[in-house]
Design a binder for this molecule. Structure first.
Ligand code: NOJ
Length: 517
């Protein structure tokens, strides 16, 4: 029983970017019924759970991260009855379902924000958001110097002269979490989905929900190097008050045994991270270190050690992720083409050898690179310098079958982002038929990760390795060897369980990894 309730401690979770996974109604946008029709694919892949990106009614300014009603389904994606069927069918296959929730902000079309606009300064309607008078003689300067995480100031002025805060687009006004009504409404949203049977949540901008009441200026240097962020004063994010909010969320989840929440927490400060995931707070926190580390054995080893420190110190499982819908696909980060793919395959073995929870992003199991997109084709309002341009390059619909776009993604002709013709050899159909494909590498790795006794233990240790390589050992005995050098290296003695490229004469090729026992 306990084991089942603790599923989230060792799960492999597959992130479904709902718009891009599978389309059932021919409109070129993925939907819930499309996901339901592909559940056997996920079962065969071997994932334990899915994370669905927001599918709630939304004007789609930020592809659903601008939520107008958190307790319903946008007609673009289906309806509540379809959601219930998807949930039941996933559960019937042993797949848990977690959903994205967006507590930091609403859509500007949310009835609360519309009411705030229609109400005077100082009204209870405005007190659910951050409305403030401006600075300067006419109040025509923003209340402070905060910048949006996307671009431009974090403040927009309304007709009566007040300003409101938005850490993202102006269509995503930030909620004021010091208002008990905001807290209560979010708990109601959690219960709404928990009562339907979801197994947990991914909490968007979990590090941003609390702001200091006096909204002091930020250090402009905090814009926007996420890794060095902790060096600069930035009251927009990671305020201490946020921990209490997560305690409140945890109390709700604790009423539903076997459910769990992972926070999108952008911090590279170990002490800070450990506070988020300490007992009584978030079950898990995203760790973006692997996604931000280049393909270099020494740097990756350091990133892994650092990633383990915070969760181990508070008894929480570590988490790992190589990509998501906000960053470049790993194949492209590692250099594209054959090299990019070889490295991405190697990194899949590194990630899936690690203890704890792995988050996969849909399409990585097909070795997809970024898609080529022109500026006109991109729908992304984000795209900061930090995110290397439009995030839509990592959101191209998945190629399922056939030789031409839309590759079975939709029964229609058009897809919400164009699919490259070159993906004809990356379809699920082609890769299922090819035992050496990336899809099969993931399937094999996931099966071994789940069933092989050598894959046990909470920590890793490091053994001697040639320059440019590492040998990482799980307590249960599995060795994962990574070769990021430019020459083949001898593998240590042992049986090769799985390798990302062919092992010949006991040698591991450059840009490759292998599992041994
Ligand atoms: C993080 C989400 O992952 C991203 O896609 C979104 O744009 C922002 N939060 C704002 O909700």
């Amino acid at each position: 029983m306990t084991e089942a309730l603790d599923w989230w401690r060792t799960a492999t979770v597959y992130q479904i970017y709902v718009r891009s996974f599978a389309d059932s109604n021919g409109d070129g946008v993925g939907d819930l019924e499309g996901i339901r029709s592909r559940l056997d694919y996920l079962k065969d892949l071997g994932v334990d759970a899915v994370w669905l990106t927001p599918f709630y009614p939304s004007p789609m300014v930020d592809n659903g991260y601008d939520v107008a009603d958190p307790r319903d389904v946008d007609p673009l994606f289906g309806d509540l009855a379809t959601f219930d069927r998807l949930l039941a069918d996933a559960h019937a296959r042993g797949i848990k379902v977690t959903v994205d929730v967006v507590p930091n902000h609403t859509s500007s079309q949310h009835p609360w924000f519309q009411a705030a606009l229609a109400s005077p300064p100082g009204s209870p309607e405005r007190a659910r958001y951050w409305f403030r008078d401006g600075k300067g003689p006419d109040g025509d300067e923003p209340p402070n110097n905060w910048q949006s995480c996307f671009k431009g100031p974090a403040w927009t002025r309304v007709a009566d002269g007040q300003w409101y805060l938005h850490l993202f687009t102006p269509e995503q006004p930030d909620l004021n979490w010091s208002n008990p009504e905001v807290v209560a409404d979010f708990h109601r949203t959690l219960r709404f989905w928990l009562d339907r049977g979801v197994d947990g949540f991914r909490i968007d901008v979990a590090h941003g929900m609390a702001k200091p009441a006096d909204l002091p200026d930020m250090d402009p240097r905090a814009m926007f190097n996420v890794v060095e962020h902790a060096n600069y004063y930035d009251p927009r994010l990671n305020n201490e008050g946020v921990l209490e909010l997560h305690e409140g969320i945890r109390r709700v989840l604790d009423e539903y045994p076997g459910t769990a929440a992972i926070g999108e927490v952008w911090t590279f400060d170990d002490e800070q991270m450990s506070q988020y995931i300490a007992p009584g707070r978030l079950h898990l926190g995203f760790n973006f270190r692997l996604a931000l580390t280049e393909f270099d054995a020494d740097k990756l080893r350091a990133a892994i050690d650092r990633s383990l420190a915070a969760p181990l110190s508070v008894g929480a499982p570590p988490t790992w992720t190589l990509s998501n819908h906000d960053v470049w696909r790993q194949v492209s980060r590692y250099g594209d083409g054959e090299i990019g793919l070889a490295r991405a395959r190697a990194m899949a073995l590194v990630e899936l050898a690690l203890p704890g929870v792995v988050y996969l992003y849909n399409g990585e199991e097909l070795g997809l690179p970024n898609g080529p997109l022109t500026e006109e084709q991109s729908t992304d309002p984000g795209g900061t310098s930090d995110m290397q341009g439009s995030r839509d390059v990592a959101r191209i619909p998945l190629p399922w079958s056939g030789d031409m776009p839309p590759f079975g993604f939709t029964t229609g002709q058009r897809t919400w982002l164009p699919m490259p013709v070159e993906w004809a050899d990356r379809t699920v159909e082609k890769q299922e038929a090819d035992r050496s494909s990336t899809l099969w590498l993931y399937r094999d790795a996931l099966r071994l990760r789940k069933t092989h006794p050598a894959m046990s233990g909470d920590t890793v240790s490091w053994e001697d390795a040639p320059p440019g390589c590492f040998v990482m050992r799980r307590e249960g005995g599995l060795r994962c060897v990574l070769n990021s050098s430019d020459a083949p290296v001898d593998l240590p003695p042992g049986e090769v369980l799985l390798a990302s490229s062919q092992v010949q004469d006991g040698k591991l090729q450059p840009n490759a990894a292998a599992w041994l026992v």
